[in-house]
Structures are given as C-alpha cells and as structure tokens.
Design a protein around this ligand. Structure first.
Ligand SMILES: Cc1cc2nc3c(=O)[nH]c(=O)nc-3n(C[C@H](O)[C@H](O)[C@H](O)COP(=O)(O)O)c2cc1C
Length: 433
C-alpha cells in the first residue's frame, strides 16, 4: 500500500503535539474553515489551508461503513496515519492537524455512525454529519440531503453520536436550506436540541446547483433563531465565500459566527490568508507537490488537487505556462516533476508547514488572524472566481470507483506555472489515499 514499512506506534512528532485540549462551541466561532470536499480536501490541501490561516479543516466525507474495517497504520518516517481498506487508504491524516480536524461522516444509521466515529476519534477533534449532499449515491441510501426530510433519523444520528463520543470530541452537522424558511427553522431547532456544538448551513437548497447563487440572505434569521435558543451554538455560513476578505462581508451580511469555504479553497488553499498567494501554480504548486511526495500522498489524488489550483499569472509567460502543463500532464508519478518542484525536498517544506501550524495561537477567534504571510504578499490579492460547474464527487465507500477513476484521469487545463530550477527528485511509488 505504501513504499514505506509501517509501525503501529505514533511518531515522535505525533507525541509532541497537543496544543488545544479539545474544541468547544467557541472554537467554531470567529473562524474561517476549509469545507469538506471529497478528493479536493486531501491531507496536503488541509495542511496548506491551515498554514495559510484556516481556523479548522473538515476532512472529505467518508461513508460510515467504508472506515469500519480499515486498518490504522502509522508511517514511522512522516507520522502520516492511514486508514487502509483492502486495496487503498480510505482516509489519511497527520497528528499536526488533529487539533483542527473535523471528520465528516455520511450515514443513515445511528449505530453505524457511532461505530465509524469510534474508529477515527483518536485522530480527530470533531465528528460532523453530512446532511447536505444531494447526489443520488448519498440520497439513495438515505444519507446526505435525504436526512433533511427525515429529521427523526437525522436527529437520532446526532443524538447517538453525542451520547457515544467523549466530551473532547465535538459533534456537528452540515445541512442545506429547505425550500421554506419556516421548515428550515423547525429543522434547525430540532438539530440544535441534539446537543451539537456547531451547525453549518450551506445556503442552497437540495435542488440548487453550485452555479446558483447561495441564498445567504436567508441565513440571518436562522442565526438569530439559534442565538435565541441560548445554547451558544456556532452557526457557520457556507456558500460562495471567496476568501478571508470576503468572509468579513459574509459575516456582516448574515451574522454567522464563522464562514466555511469550499471551491475557492479548492482553487487556492491560501485563500484563508488576509493576502492570499496569487501566482498559485508558481508559488503554491511546487511546495504542494513536494509535501505530497514526502507524505506519500496518492499521486492521482495529488495531481487532481494541483489541477484545480487557479490564480493570476504574475511572473510567467504563456510558453512557461504551457511547459508547466506539459510536465504535469506528462508525468505518471512524482518522479517526472524535477522541473517543477525545484531544489527543495518535501521534508523541508513539511517542516516549514509544521512550524507554522505549531506556532499558531492555540485558539484563533479573530478572522484577521490569518496564517503565515505568503511570499508574494505585496501583490494585490487575486479576484478569485468560484468555478461555476465544479462537481461534488462521490465519497469513498466500499464500492466507490474513486481510485480507478483517479488513476485514469488526465489533468484538466492547468492555468499556468513556473519552471523552477531543475533538481534531482527521488522516486516515490504510489500509495492509494
Ligand atoms: C469537489 C467538492 C467536493 C465536495 N465534497 C463534499 C463533502 O465531502 N461533504 C460535504 O458536506 N460537502 C461537500 N461539498 C460541498 C461543499 O462542502 C460546499 O458545501 C459547497 O461547495 C458550497 O460551498 P462553496 O460555495 O464555498 O463552494 C463538496 C464540494 C466540492 C466542490
């Protein structure tokens, strides 16, 4: 499954880290969060989001059954923790992200949800229930957005999770709006009464597509309603936020305690910084590729994530961009990337990530408290444009053909990059992620 031998003991790095004891509702306030994203929310993306100021990060949805029989293995070199299924890793994480990591479950069964949460709870800080995925693979099984119209089951799952999890593990939910505001408020009331710590509202209805503008105007009343319940629960806005600067606008408009970002972060994981990286393919992709290689992240997954990065080109002409695309598209693994990744090793980049994440204040309650300043901070922030037709892919489940699809995938159009100093790059074999 991986090029490295594995140990069952945590790495020394893993043992060193315990900055935040555990999360509470307060930690879901005044934040800017990386949304759960199947495929795009891979481990390196979460780490770069944290580096650049994401307050908390959600892992990609995992269907409850998919993780139940996974074997937990720890890479003794990097500390990466993999939950391995029969042929591939279902979920990978690293102890450095644990204080900030929310694990999202897809479920339609309280008992299975609890079992799945128990499998991973030692490596995460919170469990989130996906109640918003509108895709048939979720809704056919009664999961995702199907739960919105089955509030008894939805609340039974949350209640069971809250009862089963120790207090240091938060339980939260991510919902969509119902067509009527009145029904939404009724549902929200029931959900809040289950004892969750935070509620994310994706401000679209089940029928709405990502290209439809999020109905953020409806959120203010929901926030006021939840505040009126007096339980101190955080309401998180999700939908169409483009970055740290925009998050202020969204919060002013909605009164939401925090904002969660998906597609803008998929395009640029540094969008959480007050001044995000601009020339993403030049400034972020090389480091991303090096870290991904060091962490033994599945190559197909890495290639997919890098292919989603988009930014303005500042220091690259068309020929350099074309060359960059050719190198990325042409390689079948990390070995062919010498021209892009430069002379740094992934270990150096990873150490830098670790240092930035470890030196974050324990609790970030201020939207202005972004991560490290990006290297081209002097340049005007990009106008990030939310792609209109990004699809929400299928989460890993026992039968999902995710990895096959990834291995077959060619890179879609990359918008540029920079051929940096060539250097020898060590070989890395693929480990499914
Ligand atoms: C590639 C991709 C994968 C997604 N996977 C998930 C997921 O696993 N769980 C979930 O609740 N929502 C998922 N979503 C939905 C997002 O979390 C978010 O609700 C939606 O994209 C709206 O936010 P945005 O306007 O910031 O993109 C996904 C979206 C995208 C684009």
């Amino acid at each position: 499954m991986s090029r490295r031998s594995h140990s069952r003991s945590p790495s020394p790095r893993a043992l060193k880290r315990t900055k935040i004891d555990h999360l509470t509702s307060e930690d879901f306030k005044n934040g800017i969060f990386l949304a759960p994203m199947v495929r795009s929310g891979a481990l390196p993306t979460r780490l770069f989001a944290l580096k650049h100021g994401a307050t908390l990060v959600w892992g990609p949805e995992m269907v409850d059954k998919a993780i139940l029989h996974a074997e937990r293995v720890v890479d003794p070199v990097t500390g990466v923790i993999s939950y391995n299924g029969k042929s591939r890793a279902m979920f990978t994480t690293h102890p450095i992200e644990k204080p900030y990591l929310i694990y999202q479950i897809g479920s339609s069964d309280p008992e299975l949800a609890v079992q799945a949460a128990r499998v991973v709870m030692q490596d995460v800080s919170g469990i989130d229930l996906n109640c918003g995925c509108p895709k048939p693979f979720s809704t056919h099984a009664g999961m995702g957005a199907a739960l919105l119209t089955n509030p008894d089951l939805l609340c039974a799952i949350l209640t069971a999770l809250r009862a089963a999890m120790p207090p240091e593990i938060t339980v939260s939910a991510k919902i969509r709006l119902l067509p009527s505001q009145e029904d939404t408020l009724k549902l929200v009331e029931r959900i809040v009464n289950t004892g969750i710590s935070a509620l994310t509202v994706h401000c679209r209805t089940r029928a709405m597509r990502e290209r439809d503008a999020a109905l953020v105007d409806r959120l203010k009343e929901i926030v006021d309603f939840v505040e009126g319940m007096g339980r101190g629960i955080a309401v998180i806005e999700n939908g169409d936020c483009t970055g740290a600067e925009d998050a202020k606008r969204v919060r002013d408009l909605t009164g939401a305690h925090s904002v969660m970002i998906a597609r803008a972060a998929e395009s640029n994981p540094s969008c959480f910084a007050p001044v995000p990286l601009i020339d993403v393919e030049r400034t972020l992709s090389p480091a991303y590729l090096r870290v991904a290689k060091y962490l033994d992240n599945n190559w197909g997954l890495t290639k997919f994530c890098v292919s989603q990065f988009k930014g303005k080109h500042v220091g690259m002409d068309k020929a350099a961009q074309k060359h960059y695309r050719q190198v990325l598209n042409g390689t079948k693994g990390y070995d062919g990337l010498e021209e892009i990744v430069g002379s740094w090793t992934g270990e150096q980049d990873f150490q830098e990530l670790v240092e930035v994440i470890e030196t974050r204040p324990p609790r970030l309650h201020d939207l202005s408290a972004g991560g490290s300043e990006p290297s081209d901070a002097s340049i005007t922030p990009p106008q990030l444009v939310t792609p209109s037709e990004t699809t929400n892919p299928e989460p890993p489940s026992s039968g999902a053909p995710l990895m096959l699809a990834l291995h077959r995938m060619d890179l879609p159009m990359l918008t540029g990059g920079d051929p940096l100093t060539p250097s020898p790059a060590g070989g890395v074999s693929m480990a499914p992620a």
